[in-house]
Design a protein around this ligand. Sequence first.
Ligand code: TYM
Length: 327
Amino acid sequence: MAKKRVFSGIQPTGILHIGNYLGAIKNWVSLLDDHDCIFCIVDYHAITVPYEPAEMQNRIFDAALGYIACGVDPEKCSIFVQSDVPEHTELTWYLNTVIPVAYLERMTQFKDKSEQFRDNVTMGLLDYPVLQAADILIYKAEIVPVGEDQSQHLELTRDVARKFNNLYGETFPEPRTLIGKAARVVGLDGQAKMSKTLNNYISITELPEEMWKKLSVAVTDPSRKRRKDTGNPDICNIRMLHALFSIEKEQMYVVEGCRSAGIGCLDCKKILSDAISREMAPIRERYEQLKSDRDKILTVLEEGAKRCREIAQNTIREVKKKMGLLR
Ligand code: TYM
């Protein structure tokens, strides 16, 4: 039986953080053996808000390095840069003609970003989800592993697929959103989603000393002011991170210790810091090793793009034929 196709992507906006790792990449790795996986570095998306052109290629390289260091084995999947397969933008145009503007105007990410970049709300920003739909549909992917923040864009992708299929005949499968255990990793402020923009993150290559600096001031249960106060682990983000990194025994120890004031918040954070290091240290080491092998990374991206271009060109031919655009 043919393996189901998986597609996902991340914007090259700087070093990957543990929210990207837990929310997306860790799931990607778990799918490698039994699926036909395609993972993209979505640079076309990253240019929809102000950015520094001189930094773009380094960011793309860093993202590729991050994927591979986290275990996305290029021998088992395709990794490529979106703008190396310009057919994504061609399909975006075709899909633009089937999707009402109102659907795009109600996207929460569009509303948030329009607020953030009030003086520069571009067509690119509005059209962002259609490009995302094109990314997925051009490969006829059936499964899209992402964090919860992408659910609305995935719903739109299914709307686009349905509308296109109704108008021009069955072409695209409606892809399934695959959200893992770490649907929304909260940042060190204990409130907002972990993100680079909010600077509330731990990167995948954070050194233990740096991580400790960040963790030691991370927000916990605000009602626990002194060490002898009992705390409520259910509302503490450090406990949530324990659930994602620590072994059962450590989790029971910190939950019980917090409830009974048996351990302090710093003790709890120390155990978490060790647990994160346990999982992330090999990733950081692989990242450092791979960094010097620039050619290897570039070859992975070239080979990925070659395979993806072929699939994308076939879909474009089919779409043009169905839309009456092929002579
Ligand atoms: P991006 O670059 O914002 O995030 C990449 C992936 O990381 C997940 N993620 C998180 N998951 C849990 N907790 C967090 N704090 C957290 N922060 C980020 C995101 O959910 C995502 O899975 N629009 C997409 C990129 C994209 C894409 C696609 C994704 C473009 N085309 C096609 C899937 C399929 C984005 O901006 O992701």
